[in-house]
Write a protein that binds this ligand. Sequence first.
Ligand SMILES: C[S@@+](CC[C@H](N)C(=O)[O-])C[C@H]1O[C@@H](n2cnc3c(N)ncnc32)[C@H](O)[C@@H]1O
Length: 203
Amino acid sequence: MPGVTVSEPGRKIGSNAALFFRRWLANPLQMGSVVPSSPALCRRIAALVTQGPGEAVLELGAGTGVVSRALLDAGVPPERLLVLEIVPDMAEHLGRTLPGVQVLCGDAFDLGQVLPRRWHGRIGTAICGIPLVLLPIAEQRRFVEAVEAVAPGRGFLLYTYCATSPLPYRKLGLAARREAWTPWNLPPASVWRYWHDEAQAHP
Ligand SMILES: C[S@@+](CC[C@H](N)C(=O)[O-])C[C@H]1O[C@@H](n2cnc3c(N)ncnc32)[C@H](O)[C@@H]1O
């Protein structure tokens, strides 16, 4: 594919950054950042992933695939990694640069339709890179419900540049914990874990 080099590490980073920046120019709210996630952030996300026998890891908003590659480096088998991206040319880039990984092109808010049936109920960890903080609460609730429908009781990880929780988790019936933080990202980033909390849902 012209313009994307995957064989030389230096070029790969440059190509990822260029692709990311082009998409940011086209739709800044959808991207949420000007540059891809740093290696330090990607490693921290990968360290939080759990996956039981027969389960997959699901990445939502995979972008240039930097988190996906950290997940593979951390030992997630490619055939057990599912990555979803809404922008078709980014999904195509992911398909070319992540051999063996199942790349889905679609909207995370339609997860029930986009995710193949055989994976419903078999998600060990769901990771979200979509800038949910920018959305109204009704949309955030739709997202939470979409994940819960395919990964019941598992919650999800969300990486963010916010200093505090990017989601109003109590209003969404969730519990939350900040699991990681790194200054080695532009801007510094945190990884939050959210899960359903019956006490919050029925106070
Ligand atoms: C902050 S970027 C993270 C990408 C990745 N960490 C990287 O550094 O390349 C967010 C990504 O989510 C994608 N995205 C935004 N809304 C989405 C949606 N509703 N469904 C799936 N992907 C979405 C964007 O196109 C973008 O690639």
